[in-house]
Ligand binder design. Structure first.
Ligand code: DGJ
Length: 726
């Protein structure tokens, strides 16, 4: 049993294969987060305190015999605002008396097999109840009647605890939730570095690592989506911890909207990390009897460095987050037309793309933006999801039939949450976009945002999409989202619910995705937001792959893919070979093979030689599919640390196969390049396919190979494939 309650000590102990968490019910019902870290088999938690420094400025609870207890000193597991703990509160609820003092105390607990669903929200899951266990602790604010049900799921096979919180109004009066974290972690010291992924359009998910300091460090988004700018992920790494060694905590929110992850180091070097929906622009009105469910936070702990943290996230997302047919079934290798023609295409051009693509072994053609309404640029027609007859002259059905006859499946682009002012939908329903009274709407990429909180709006978009998808043979949808939310108001929300809009918007998007997948369970949806502006576990639950970035320059892609790999598996990273001339096609293919692999260009412009190379890469995609999609990633040399070259490995779960890829970003005269490989079985003998040489796993990992003889010019790359039969 991974979760146990020790009656006498009043301790909950949560054991994963690589971590232990301990919670204690203290006097007066305070719930303490005593420990989260490397596994501890015994129970000597009696004298465990974070610090016993206590001053008159630390408020006390007079009912407590322990005169050294202060909520400001002890590790309060889910700390409320304004009642004695001055560190950043996990939760703040404004009550009907007009104050936001919040103080949750222990009431009861239940331990259940498996993992309950989170109503209306994406979350990790198990298909067999024996694979996880869930602890739910009910906390009550006895003054206001607010309840907080803290949920912790422990997975049998991974060092993961999935956490979330449900707030219930058990009083007779309304209340307003001002802040509600999905997770609050307390650690007794602050000797960690803060790692997060920052970025911008075309340069998503750069890794930044800085030592923690007194005060707060945070990453957040108030853009209405998780955003290009910060990912809803953060890690705390022990000073000196690296790719392969050292303690690391990782936190990732299964959420696609406004978020905040704040780490606070107080004046006694104790640390608190809160993660959840961003409090800015959030106020949730909760009537008597109503409840509010937070998004899920996935927490990972390992003593084996950032690499192992990533592999734990990857395995969890592959097995317990991604759903549907393409969780296990091979995805068709696709060519996307966008960078090959942008808006300038017609049905003949699409068929010609498909014909050339078929010659190279592609299995699906994706027609991107511009096939609907009268869309010739980015300034019209979003919301008008009917075929643009001047472009697709014979109609969608006949064009798809011709593409199918060439042996390819067909995929199509939508941007369901948006509306162009120049559209029939806007003419008919100008009130269907987000807006606030008295202010003009900001425009971005010539478009407004649809009010996804409204059922009638969602119904309309659903029906339009259903018509296209049910009347045509369509296997794939690219779901785009090309601006952020401003003037976020809904004509249908009363004033006291005005600040619920951002979260309701995300819930609306999730419900549309859920409805679409219920109707078309075999549909493969690829998420996208101007590249990787909504690359998060929330979207991954619905869309097993996400377009990683609009930047298809292979060298710039490297940092983007390395950063993305911090928590997202290779099978999630949309990665395409494109025209950008910075490297040859071999290198473009090697980089795209780290992700979903595909092409994004006009195949009519390729030379015979280029086509031959790409044909080989498509074959490699099939050959290495399982290794690349379900293997374990080892980052060997990262572009965040080395300006010249970078390298990564994919290792099969049984460690009998390993594919090593190296890319030279910039030539260096230093040809000495010794690589000590990672993640192999020291006792196995590995054969290097390229030369036929044999090495023990121990040799490859401990002595390594000098790879200075392989291509090392600007933009050159090579792969080494090792297999072990004995
Ligand atoms: C942004 C996406 O990231 C691109 O791949 C492409 O689909 C365009 N939108 C189309 O407008």
């Amino acid at each position: 049993m991974p979760i146990r309650f020790y009656e006498e000590e009043k301790l909950f102990k949560l054991d994963t294969p690589g971590s232990t968490a301990v919670l204690q019910i203290y006097d007066e019902g305070y719930l303490l987060g005593l420990y989260y870290g490397a596994p501890i088999p015994d129970m000597h938690f009696d004298n465990f305190t974070f610090r016993d420094y206590f001053a008159s400025f630390c408020p006390r609870n007079e009912n407590l015999r322990d005169r050294f207890f202060s909520p400001d000193v002890f590790p309060i597991e889910y700390s409320g605002f304004g009642t004695g703990d001055f560190r950043p509160a996990a939760v703040a609820i404004r009550n009907a008396d007009g104050n936001d003092c919040t103080d949750f105390r222990y009431e009861s607990y239940v331990i259940r097999p498996g993992k309950p669903k989170l109503e209306g929200l994406p979350a990790t899951y198990v298909t067999d109840e024996r694979d996880a266990e869930t602890l739910e602790i009910t906390m009550l604010d006895r003054t206001t009647g607010a309840a907080a049900i803290l949920s912790y799921t422990v997975f049998e096979t991974e060092s993961v605890i999935a956490r979330s919180v449900r707030i219930e109004n058990r009083s007779e009066r309304p209340m307003d939730i001002e802040k509600v974290s999905s997770v609050s972690l307390n650690l007794p010291d602050a000797d960690y570095d803060f790692i997060h992924l920052w970025g911008r359009w075309a340069a998503e998910r750069n890794l930044q690592r800085t030592p923690l300091r007194h005060g707060q460090q945070s990453v957040s988004s108030v853009r209405g989506s998780s955003s290009h700018f910060h990912n809803p992920f953060a890690a705390l790494a022990r000073r000196g911890a690296d790719e392969d060694h050292g303690e690391v905590y990782g936190v990732n929110l299964v959420y696609s909207g406004n978020f905040d992850i704040t780490v606070d180091v107080d004046s006694y070097e104790t640390l608190r990390l809160n993660a959840g929906i961003a409090p800015a622009g959030f106020l949730w009105h909760l009537l008597p009897g109503e409840s509010f469910q937070t998004p899920e936070a996935v927490t990972v702990f390992t003593t084996d460095g950032l690499g192992e943290m990533s592999r734990i996230f990857h395995r969890l997302y592959l097995h317990n987050l991604i759903r549907g047919r393409y969780k296990t079934e091979r995805r068709p290798v696709l060519i996307n037309a966008w960078e090959g023609c942008f808006f300038d295409f017609d049905d003949e051009k699409m068929v010609s793309f498909a014909a050339r693509a078929a010659e190279m072994g592609f299995e699906m053609l994706v027609m991107d933006d511009g096939w609907f309404g009268h869309r010739d640029g980015d300034d019209s027609s979003l919301g008008d999801w009917f075929v643009y007859k001047d472009k697709i002259r014979g109609g969608l059905g006949p064009m798809i039939e011709r593409i199918r006859a060439l042996g390819l499946k067909f995929g199509i682009w939508f941007e369901p949450e948006m509306i162009s002012p120049d559209s029939k939908l806007y003419q008919a329903h100008p009130d269907w976009c987000l807006r606030v009274p008295g202010r003009p709407n900001s425009i971005a990429r010539n478009q407004y945002v649809l009010d996804m909180t409204r059922e009638d709006v969602r119904d309309n978009i659903f029906e339009q999409m259903r018509k296209i998808l049910s009347e045509n043979d369509i296997a794939y949808v690219k779901w785009d989202f090309n601006r952020n939310l401003t003037e976020a108001g809904s004509a249908c929300l009363p004033a006291e619910r005005g600040e619920e809009i951002f979260h309701r918007f995300v819930l609306g998007t999730y419900s549309l995705l859920e409805r679409l997948l219920a109707e078309f369970p075999d549909l493969l949806i690829e998420g996208c937001s101007g590249g990787g502006g909504r690359f998060d576990p929330g979207m991954l639950y619905y869309t097993p792959q996400i377009w990683t970035s609009d930047n298809t320059d292979p060298i710039e892609r490297l940092a983007i893919q390395f950063g993305t790999s911090l928590c997202y598996p290779a099978s999630a990273m949309g990665a395409h070979v494109a025209k950008c001339p910075r490297t040859g096609y071999e290198t473009k293919g090697n980089i795209a093979l780290w992700g979903t692999f595909g092409c994004e260009l006009d195949p009519n412009t390729l030379t015979e030689e280029e086509k031959t190379i790409i044909r080989g890469q498509v074959a490699d995609y099939h050959r290495f599919y399982d290794l690349l999609h379900y293997g374990d990633l080892y980052r060997v040399t990262t572009p965040f640390e080395n300006a010249f070259r970078c390298a990564w490995e994919m290792v099969s779960p049984d460690k009998r196969e390993m594919l090593f890829t190296n890319v030279t970003m910039r030539f260096s005269h230093n040809r000495k390049y010794i690589v000590r490989f990672k993640g192999l079985n020291p006792a196995l003998t590995y054969r290097l396919e390229e030369t036929g040489e044999e090495f023990s796993g121990a040799f490859l990992m401990n002595a390594g190979l000098n790879l200075g003889c392989y291509p090392f010019g600007d933009g050159e790359s090579f792969r080494l494939y090792f297999t072990a039969d004995r």
